[in-house]
Design a protein around this ligand. Structure first.
Ligand SMILES: [Zn+2]
Length: 250
């Protein structure tokens, strides 16, 4: 039997699914958006603003067509342990610097797309600044500025009654075949949960790639009413959860 949640998904749906894609990679608009549009699936794109000019018309068309353009910071700071860079790493950030950067990224995205982002994806799924006794969470800064903050490679799905909207779990989308996608969806449906999938490139093969065939067929699966799936953007599902909580609190 499914878990009895207070918050139910609209129209008797069993599970909520959001597809999100990080870093504004070209293959997302070249390959991914046409697939999503063919199936009328709206997704969320966590934008690296400096990559937009490369495919500006396609990004603007995707935004105009109802895909969500989310905030992914300006500098994409992660732990210095990744070794990409030694400046602008989370271990040397302050909370003030991070919040200023999030506000600046939202300003740049609003300038580009005419709308300030409602959701944020933590670069590398990491939520801290500083180190040792000075290490602090920047989740509160995300809570102040967004409806939803999405993690990455979390082991849990999101319980609509309980989850912290400022740091929801993200489930990796890269590299999954259709069977794996359906397996995740069915496990989440048994919990009445929300899955926020996070992917990178869209293509035929490779690392950090959402597979074309799996994405295409998964969209068909999600849009088949028999499967009881509500698929929509991170912002739309997040706002729904927030409204339902407010209604329950009276
Ligand atoms: Zn990223």
């Amino acid at each position: 039997m499914p878990v009895d949640r207070q918050i139910k998904w609209p129209d008797g749906k069993r599970v909520a699914i959001s597809l999100s894609f990080d870093d504004a990679r070209a293959s997302q608009v070249d390959v991914g958006v046409p697939i999503l549009d063919r199936h009328s699936v709206k997704a969320t794109f966590y934008i690296k603003v400096e990559r937009i000019p490369d495919r500006q018309e396609l990004w603007h068309a995707a935004s105009a067509n109802g895909h969500e353009m989310g905030n992914h910071s300006v500098n994409h700071a992660c732990s210095g342990n990744f070794g990409w860079k030694r400046a602008q790493v989370l271990e040397t950030y302050t909370l003030e610097e991070m919040e200023e950067e999030l506000v600046e990224a939202s300003r740049l995205i609003e300038k580009e797309f005419g709308r300030s982002p409602a959701s944020f994806a933590y670069p590398c799924g990491q939520t801290f600044v500083g180190r040792g006794e000075g290490r602090q969470s920047y989740v509160p800064a995300v809570a102040r500025n967004f409806v939803v903050g999405r993690g990455f490679r979390d082991e849990h799905f999101n319980d609509p009654d309980f989850c912290d909207l400022a740091k929801i779990g993200g489930t990796e989308l890269d590299g999954l075949d259709l069977d794996a996608l359906i397996d995740v969806t069915e496990r989440a449906a048994s919990l009445g949960a929300w899955v926020a999938f996070a992917g990178h490139d869209v293509g035929e093969e490779g690392r950090q790639v959402v597979f074309v065939d799996a994405l295409d067929r998964y969209c068909v699966y999600c849009q088949d009413p028999a499967n009881g799936v509500w698929i929509d953007t991170v912002e739309t599902v997040g706002r729904y959860v927030r409204e339902q909580r407010e209604a329950l609190e009276g």
